[in-house]
Design a protein around this ligand. Structure first.
Ligand SMILES: *[C@@H]1O[C@H](CO)[C@@H](O)[C@H](O)[C@H]1NC(C)=O
Ligand SMILES: *[C@@H]1O[C@H](CO)[C@@H](O)[C@H](O)[C@H]1NC(C)=O
Ligand SMILES: *[C@@H]1O[C@H](CO)[C@@H](O)[C@H](O)[C@H]1NC(C)=O
Length: 365
């Protein structure tokens, strides 16, 4: 339902129904029936409601819109591809006010994620806006949570992803964690900041598959597979990535770069780590591996990797006994240049191997 603020806006819309530029009015969404009218306004309010099973709550916003959540949104449960929520538009201010999108995870979870079992809506949340996206909570995603492909600069802040319930096994998961492939953020994009957010999951906290000028800062990652550049496939470029002042707790590894052994013609460069802290790493502190999907298997050399630096504020990582501190597995000739690792301190566990590369300076383990 759209409540028009001014007669002017009303009469303007009446003339130009379809191609209408957005009007200065407030559109309120309390069910899916309200969406198409509400997005004609540049102020959109989302009340608490349940999206029917098998439908995407899709907001195609007018440029410059402001969206405010007034209540929580749930989704009917159904085995289908999703996404459950999608938002697009340029220069958008989206404020969740701390409200929740509830993915109904336990209905889907079977310990297999995207690798088997029932089809799970993934990603759950597709963010295709520029501007700001803040203060939104996601509870219990079926599988992958956010896919971000912003058309221009976007700052994402103060999000919570709480899939911690998926750490427990359930009747379908054969004793394993029921949640699986619950990546926090999958990003193939440019000009993105993700900050001040908390991610509790069972897979990568952040995975950057391609793109440049991405900053990930002051986030807390709990329970999953750490902060990843990759996995990197063929014909992609990644550059200018800043991983700053994050706190990583009880993950498989803290900081990882993973490139596929069969990838060709790709370049990863300019990865900077500063001020990150990590405790309770189960397998590695730092893992740079060109043999993905294997771990420390036979590396490929089709991804050129350069300029990976730990500089500025100290990165302080502690790994569990049985874990390796830093392992680097390069293909012949594919890791190049000089990497400054002077701001990296890893304790616990045992030293990892650094193979096929001698350019790491100011670091010993
Ligand atoms: C979907 O299933 C989950 C888990 O069983 C449940 O908590 C949630 O209420 C269900 N959602 C709806 C809309 O019924
Ligand atoms: C990098 O991204 C930020 C945030 O999205 C943006 O403000 C900035 O202009 C970008 N820098 C360049 C050089 O494009
Ligand atoms: C270097 O990489 C090649 C494959 O590119 C691998 O076969 C070899 O074992 C590596 N060298 C070492 C010392 O690990």
């Amino acid at each position: 339902m759209a409540q028009f603020k001014s007669l002017l806006a009303l009469s303007f819309l009446a003339v130009a129904v379809n191609a209408a530029p957005a009007a200065d009015c407030t559109g309120t969404i309390s069910s899916m029936d309200d969406v198409s009218d509400a997005v004609k306004c540049t102020t959109v309010v989302i009340n608490s409601f349940t999206v029917p099973a098998g439908e995407t709550f899709n907001l195609e916003l007018a440029s410059g819109s402001t969206v405010t959540m007034n209540g929580d949104v749930s989704f009917g449960n159904k085995t289908w591809e999703g996404p459950l929520f999608q938002v697009s538009g340029s220069n958008i201010n989206f404020n969740g006010n701390g409200h929740t999108f509830n993915g109904g995870g336990p209905f889907y979870w079977d310990g297999q994620g995207g690798n088997g079992g029932v089809t799970k809506p993934a990603p759950m949340m597709k963010i295709k806006i520029s501007g700001t996206f803040t203060n939104v909570k996601v509870l219990n995603s079926p599988a992958r949570v956010y896919s971000v492909s912003n058309p221009a600069a976007l700052t994402i802040s103060k999000l919570t992803i709480d899939n911690s319930l998926g750490d427990q096994p359930n009747s379908k998961s054969d004793g394993k964690a029921a949640g699986h492939n619950t990546d926090g953020f999958d990003c193939s994009t440019t000009n993105l900041v993700i900050e001040d957010s908390t991610i509790m999951n069972q897979d990568d906290c952040l995975a950057i598959n391609k793109g440049s000028n991405i900053t990930f800062q002051r986030n807390t990652c709990s329970g999953g597979h750490g902060i990843s550049v990759g996995s990197i496939s063929s014909d992609v470029t990644v550059s200018d990535i800043q991983i700053l002042n994050n706190n990583i707790v009880n993950n498989d590894q803290a900081l990882r770069i993973k490139t596929k052994s069969d990838a060709t013609d790709s370049t990863v460069s300019g990865i900077t780590y500063s001020g990150n802290t990590a405790t309770g790493m189960r397998q590695f502190g730092v893992l740079i591996d060109q043999s993905y999907p294997d771990t420390l298997g036979t590396p490929g050399n089709g991804v050129k990797l350069s300029d990976v630096n730990f500089v500025g504020a100290m990165n302080t990582i502690s790994v569990n006994s049985g874990a390796q501190r830093a392992a680097v597995n390069c293909g012949v000739g594919s890791c190049t240049g000089t990497w400054d690792w002077s701001a990296l301190q890893i304790t616990g566990g045992s030293a990892g191997e650094i193979t096929n590369f001698s350019g790491i300076k100011n670091f010993s383990q």
